[in-house]
Design a binder for this molecule. Structure first.
Ligand SMILES: *[C@@H]1O[C@H](CO)[C@@H](O)[C@H](O)[C@H]1NC(C)=O
Ligand SMILES: *[C@@H]1O[C@H](CO)[C@@H](O)[C@H](O)[C@H]1NC(C)=O
Length: 374
């Protein structure tokens, strides 16, 4: 039996850009038996209306809202328990915070912030919200790589490679003029440009696989393709807190796209490579063992779907428990986790401005959220 709308969490989508139309709406349709999309917002009426039309089939009562007045209506609508924020990185933290302050749970797109300074300030304010609200709203960041089965499953194999010897992360991207995000204006007016916007995904994958934080980096960034904002190439040496070193190479646009993470160990090697199998896009996981065998598994992409499902699960749990003890939201979506991805790239970009000098990655602490009383 299908539950009535009254039992399901009501969410609003803030943003109506390419990613909302091509990813959020189709992924939300797949899980539409577990939520109601009550509203969609954009700066302009036209964009909001066009995006709402794409969701009518599974959320027939969806309202479209636009401009400052539309945003206020969403803030004041008590039926809307949660919002999904899919806007330019420059404004996301500000809008997330407005929604959190109104008691709404938030899942915002990556990158978590423009800089770690912005994140630290926002996080302090977030931690003090419980002084004004009866419960701490969830602040999640949609980092789909932490939900990709390829990474999730590989993490379980990592202990079997023995002592970690080195890590290679090679990203030869395909951000050329055929890519729908190529002309995105905010990415061109953003410190770190595509390196930061794309790079957080690859760092998230690296941190997840390594299971250990990156302590220091040294990097050289270059600007080769002047159709892209600077820098468009970054080469970095990094060292983990466990001592293991590795390289991280990111080319925003390459003629021969290739993306892989490879962890070399004393007893085996684990590699995750992006690819296509049977017409499906995803990741091939290769696990080489000491006896020379290689176990190969292909995992189609499903991270966006999984992260949204997890958020919906979290908000349902939180609303059951909001007046008593605080529900522990999925740690893979936590704001702190996503801010740590930014901190690594920020350190790499800083090192590059110092000709590759070694830079300590800023430690981003989850600090007191868990300990605050409701
Ligand atoms: C952009 O990259 C894709 C993937 O490598 C390629 O198929 C396409 O031809 C490229 N387009 C341009 C304009 O270079
Ligand atoms: C670029 O960003 C700055 C600061 O975020 C903003 O004030 C400015 O209006 C933006 N310019 C464009 C062309 O988007």
């Amino acid at each position: 039996m299908v539950a009535s709308d009254g039992d399901l969490p009501n969410i609003a989508i803030i943003g109506a850009g390419i990613f909302v139309r091509s990813q959020y709406i189709p992924r939300l349709r797949e899980i539409s038996d577990s939520l109601v999309v009550k509203a969609i917002w954009s700066r302009t009426e036209e964009a909001a209306k066009a995006a709402a039309e794409l969701a009518y089939d599974f959320s027939p009562n969806i309202e479209y809202k636009w401009g400052d007045a539309g945003l206020d209506e969403i803030i004041r609508d008590d039926k809307i328990q949660a919002v999904s924020i899919v806007l330019a990185a420059q404004v996301q933290v500000d809008i997330s915070f407005k929604m959190l302050k109104a008691g709404k749970h938030v899942i915002q797109e990556k990158p978590a912030c423009e800089s770690t300074i912005e994140a630290e300030t926002a996080f302090l304010c977030y931690n003090s919200l419980c002084n004004h609200l009866p419960y701490q709203p969830i602040w999640a960041v949609a980092e789909n790589y932490r939900f990709e089965p390829a990474f999730y499953e590989s993490k379980k194999l990592i202990n079997d490679i023995g002592d970690m010897m080195n890590i290679q992360v090679i990203v030869e991207g395909s951000m050329n003029s055929s890519n729908p995000y190529f002309s995105s204006s905010w990415r061109r007016n953003f410190t770190g440009g595509f390196i930061l916007d794309m790079g957080v995904h690859f760092i998230a994958g690296l941190r997840m696989l390594a299971g250990c934080e990156i302590a220091t980096v040294s990097a050289i960034g270059r600007h080769i393709d002047t159709n892209l904002p600077p820098p468009d190439n970054l080469c970095s040496l990094f060292q983990l807190e466990n001592g293991c070193a590795g390289v991280f190479v990111l080319a925003v646009s390459s003629m021969s796209p290739k993306v892989y993470w490879r962890v070399d160990g004393s007893k085996g090697t684990l590699q995750i490579e992006r690819g296509v199998e049977n017409g499906m896009r995803g990741y091939t996981v290769l696990f080489y063992t000491a006896d020379g065998t290689c176990q190969k598994t292909f995992y189609p992409f499903s991270g966006v779907n999984e992260e949204l499902k997890s958020f919906i699960h979290d908000i349902k749990q939180a609303s059951k428990k909001e007046l008593s003890s605080k529900h522990q939201a999925e740690p893979r979506s936590s704001y702190v986790e996503a801010a740590r991805d930014v901190a690594v790239l920020e350190a790499m970009l800083e090192s590059s401005t110092k000709n590759g000098a070694k830079v300590q990655v800023k430690k981003f602490q989850a600090n007191s959220v868990e300990n605050l009383s409701p």
